[in-house]
Ligand binder design. Structure first.
Ligand SMILES: Nc1ncnc2c1ncn2[C@@H]1O[C@H](COP(=O)(O)OP(=O)(O)OP(=O)(O)O)[C@@H](O)[C@H]1O
Length: 413
C-alpha cells in the first residue's frame, strides 16, 4: 500500500505540471497565512494603540464632539468641506465632507470619519434628519484624550448656552437652529411696573407644574399674548424671558410661503424641547375671522387647531405678539390659547429715568434731571433708546431731552 503511494508520488513529482501546482499551492497558503497574520497584528495594534469614539447625531456627545471640532483647529486642515448652514445670518458654516480625514493634533495622528446615511433617519417629522455618524480614531492616544475632547465640547456648549438662548426658525418644514444669540436680562426691558417679572414667574411655575396639570386632567400648555405699539419691547421681552429661564426660542413666521395647516400642526408638535414657540405680529395675518379665511397657506381654523387641537404638544409655552390687540379675533386669544395678556406700552418719566440710568450709570443726578424734563410726556422705549444712543457721548445733552420732547410735541400736533 505504502509502496504504491510512494510510487504514485514519485511519478507525479516527475511531472512538471504537478510540481508547478504544488509550488503555487504552497505559495498561496503562505500568502494567505501572512495576510491573516497581518490582519491579526493590525487588530491587536488597533486594540492596543488606537482609541476610538463613535457617536451618532441622536446623542448629546455628538453635539459635544462637533462643538469641539469646530472650535479646535482640526477643521482648518480639512480640505473637503460641506456647507452645513447658510441661514444663520452669519455667513456659511462649514463642516467636513462625509468621508475620511486625517489630521495631527498635539503630537498624535487622528482619523476623523463622517458618514451620513442616505436611508436611515433620526427624529421624527419636522425635526428628523438623516442619521449621521462621526468616528474619531487616535493613533497612539488613549481614551483620556477623547474624554478630554468631549469635556471641552461640553464646556463650549455650556458657554454657548450661557451666552443666550438658541433660536430656531421653521424653514421648509424643518426646525433650523440659527445658533445662540446673546442673552438679555429681564431688567433691561423697561416697563412701568413689575409685569414682566410676573410673566416670568408665571412661565417658570408653568414649566415646573407638569404633575399639577396631569392630576387635574388639564392639558399642560400655556399661552401668552404680548401687545402694545411698535418699539415697546415685545420681541425684547421674548429674548429676555428665554434668557432668564434658559429656554430656546422657536419662531414661526405664519406668512412664510409653503406653510400649510398640516405643516403648522406638525411644527407645533415637533418643536424643539424647552423652547418658547413664538408667533409674532399675529394681527398681520388674521384680523378678523372669516369662514374659510386664508393667509398664505394657513387658515384661521388651522391656526387654532395647531395651538390647541388634539395632539398639540404637552409642556408647550406659546407667546404671540401683536401691535393691535383690538384687531384680533377673540377666539385666538381666549384662555387656553392665550392665558395671560400683557400690555407693553409707552412709558412715563420714571421708567424713562431707569433706562437713562442703564445708559449712564455714573450720572444719577443727570437721570433725575432727565426725569424732571420729561414731565408727563410718554414715549415708546424704542424712542427713548434712540435718543439716548444719539447722545451716548454727552449725558448732559441727553438729560436736556430737547430733541426728544420736540418730537413728542410734533407727534401730538
Ligand atoms: N421696554 C423696553 N425696554 C428696553 N428697551 C426697549 C424696550 N422696548 C423696546 N426697546 C428697544 O427698542 C428696540 C425695538 O424693540 P422690540 O423689537 O423689542 O420692540 P417690539 O415691541 O417688538 O417692536 P415691533 O412691534 O415693531 O416688533 C430694541 O432695540 C429694544 O432694545
Amino acid at each position: 500500500m505504502f509502496d504504491q503511494i510512494a510510487l504514485y508520488l514519485t511519478q507525479a513529482t516527475a511531472s512538471d505540471f504537478f510540481a508547478g501546482g504544488l509550488v503555487l499551492g504552497c505559495l498561496g497558503l503562505f500568502l494567505r497565512s501572512a495576510q491573516l497574520g497581518l490582519l491579526a497584528a493590525q487588530r491587536l495594534l488597533a486594540r492596543r494603540c488606537i482609541a476610538r469614539l463613535t457617536v451618532d447625531n441622536r446623542s448629546h456627545a455628538y453635539r459635544q464632539i462637533y462643538a469641539w471640532l469646530e472650535n479646535s483647529r482640526v477643521l482648518a486642515h480639512v480640505r473637503q468641506v460641506r456647507v452645513t448652514d447658510l441661514r444663520d445670518g452669519r455667513g456659511p458654516r462649514f463642516g467636513p465632507e462625509p468621508g475620511t480625514h486625517w489630521f495631527r493634533l498635539g503630537g498624535v495622528i487622528c482619523r476623523f470619519e463622517r458618514a451620513i446615511s442616505d436611508r436611515r433617519q433620526v427624529g421624527q417629522g419636522q425635526s428628523s434628519r438623516m442619521e449621521e455618524t462621526l468616528t474619531l480614531s487616535i493613533l497612539g492616544g488613549g481614551l483620556a484624550t477623547i474624554h478630554q475632547w468631549l469635556d471641552q465640547g461640553a464646556h463650549l456648549l455650556a458657554n454657548a448656552e450661557a451666552k443666550g438662548p438658541e433660536v430656531y426658525v421653521l424653514d421648509d418644514g424643518y426646525w433650523e437652529s440659527l445658533g445662540h444669540v446673546s442673552g438679555r436680562p429681564l431688567a433691561s426691558v423697561i416697563t412701568e411696573d413689575d409685569r414682566l417679572d410676573l410673566l416670568a414667574s408665571d412661565l417658570r411655575h408653568f414649566l415646573a407644574s407638569e404633575d399639577w396639570y396631569l392630576q387635574r386632567g388639564v392639558p399642560w400648555r400655556r399661552g401668552y399674548l404680548l401687545y402694545g405699539p411698535p418699539g415697546t419691547g415685545k420681541s425684547s421681552a421674548i429674548r429676555a424671558l428665554a434668557s432668564e429661564l434658559r429656554l430656546a426660542v422657536a419662531s414661526i413666521d405664519l406668512g412664510r410661503p409653503g406653510l400649510t395647516d398640516d405643516g403648522l400642526v406638525r411644527a407645533f408638535n415637533q418643536a424643539p424641547q424647552r423652547a418658547l414657540i413664538t408667533l409674532e405680529d399675529v394681527d398681520a395675518l388674521f384680523r378678523q375671522r372669516e369662514v374659510g379665511a386664508k393667509a398664505a397657506g394657513i387658515s384661521f381654523s388651522g391656526l387654532l387647531n395647531a395651538i390647541d387641537g388634539v395632539g398639540a404638544q404637552e409642556g408647550r409655552a406659546l407667546i404671540m405678539t401683536t401691535n393691535h390687540i383690538e384687531r384680533l379675533d377673540p377666539a385666538l386669544i381666549r384662555p387656553g390659547r392665550a392665558d395671560l395678556h400683557v400690555e407693553l406700552g409707552r412709558v412715563g418719566a420714571v421708567a424713562a429715568g431707569r433706562l437713562f440710568a442703564r445708559f449712564f450709570p455714573n450720572d444719577p443726578q443727570m437721570a433725575e434731571s432727565f426725569v424732571r424734563r420729561l414731565g408727563a410726556a410718554r414715549f415708546t422705549p424704542a424712542e427713548l433708546q434712540g435718543w439716548l444712543l444719539a447722545n451716548a457721548h454727552d449725558p448732559a445733552q441727553a438729560a436736556q431731552a430737547e430733541g426728544l420732547l420736540q418730537r413728542a410735541l410734533l407727534a401730538a400736533a
